[in-house]
Ligand binder design. Structure first.
Ligand code: 5GP
Ligand code: MN
Length: 340
């Protein structure tokens, strides 16, 4: 048993007030890992609260217990109180306090024992115990491993298993990238525990509203530009599009990936003109890393093949920046490859 697991076992040996926090705009992995871990800790008789900094996409309403999660944006005081009262805070699926908005400050100054479970590069040292592994497909995979290492695999029931399986599916694009052999072992164990993975995929992917498909059509038909010479796809949405298509948080998730379906396109950028900020989502294929671009040019970060960021600039400026930066970056990449 590793030292961290021993420490954790000790911490969880008596019932505690526990809060689980995940990143803003929570995705399948963030929601699944948080709710899966919450269900597990409840089985151990702890008092557990889950806090999302911002609202979750309604397509994840099927995840057990998610309706009881607190949303900081909707009730900041209740969320702050929960943090202040906690004896233990689990930080899931994020590597720095800037990913949880204003909750970051509360977490930083909280007296609770802080525990990180995450698979992003270079976690900042804001927690006491770290379960960080960038080779894991998802935070859900790490939550499973943690429960298993604590000797409690048998406590995983079908509904808890479904939450945990969700992150495996969503963070690997249905097992198409980011997997390692252990990912499939986890999938096998969860299926063994009673998860209906066909039904789960159906719940995750076939729950779109008509407006989602209309928005996708609009993006593909009217808001896409391909830099053929460099294999770069650029897509954008204007503030007016947000109003015209009634776009809510989460409605744009997954659209950026469509550009990678185009022959030769290796990097995709999706630029979103949100009320206060321009958000950018970057995706790449194979060896090309978008993490560095996100960090260097768009105040962001993330993973090698999926990163994001946000800048205070005009939509046009950000588009121009992408058009300029991508060819330079990809050229450097080519040169470097030839040297190595
Ligand atoms: P998405 O493009 O889906 O919003 O984000 C993809 C990944 O990029 C996320 O899983 C996260 O790791 C990272 N990411 C997105 N936005 C930001 C940001 O503003 N800052 C940082 N550091 N990472 C981000
Ligand atoms: Mn994740």
């Amino acid at each position: 048993m590793s030292e961290e697991i021993q420490q954790l076992k000790q911490i969880l040996s008596l019932p505690k007030e526990i809060t689980i926090v995940t990143h803003r705009n929570p995705d399948g992995d963030a929601i699944g890992s948080s709710m899966g871990l919450a269900a597990y800790l409840q089985k151990l008789h702890h008092q557990v609260k889950v806090i999302f900094p911002s609202e979750y996409p309604t397509s994840y309403s099927f995840i057990a217990g998610v309706q009881r999660a607190m949303i900081f944006d909707l009730d900041p005081n209740a969320a702050r109180q929960a943090i202040d009262k906690s004896e233990v805070i689990f930080c899931l699926d994020f590597n720095g306090l800037d990913r949880v908005d204003k909750l970051g400050e509360s977490i930083q100054f909280a007296k609770a024992k802080k525990i990180l479970i995450d698979h992003h590069l270079d976690p900042e040292p804001f927690t006491d115990i770290e379960f960080s592994d960038i080779s894991a497909s998802s935070t859900c995979e790490l939550v499973f491993k943690l429960i298993d290492d604590l000797g409690d695999r048998h406590k995983i029931d079908p509904s808890m298993g479904e939450s945990i399986f969700t992150g495996l599916i969503t963070d690997t694009g249905s097992f198409r990238y980011g997997t390692r052999p252990y990912t499939y072992e986890v999938a096998a164990a969860l299926k063994q525990a009673g998860v209906d993975d066909y039904l789960l995929s159906d719940k995750i992917y076939n729950s779109q509203k008509v407006k989602h498909l209309r928005l996708l059509g609009h993006c593909l038909a009217n808001r896409m530009e391909i830099m053929e010479d460099y294999g770069v796809g650029i897509m954008w949405l204007t503030r007016k599009d947000y109003a015209d298509f009634d776009i809510q948080r989460g409605d744009t998730e997954g659209i950026v990936n469509y550009m990678l379906m185009i022959e030769n396109v290796k990097v995709a950028a999706f630029i979103l003109e949100q009320p206060a900020i321009i958000k950018i989502s970057l995706r790449s294929k194979g060896d090309i890393s978008v993490q560095e671009i996100a960090q260097k040019y768009f105040n962001g970060g993330g993973h090698k093949n999926a990163s994001g960021g946000g800048v205070y600039a005009s939509l046009k400026d950000v588009k121009d920046r992408v058009r300029k930066v991508m060819p330079e970056y990809l050229k450097k990449y080519q040169d470097q490859k030839q040297i190595n």
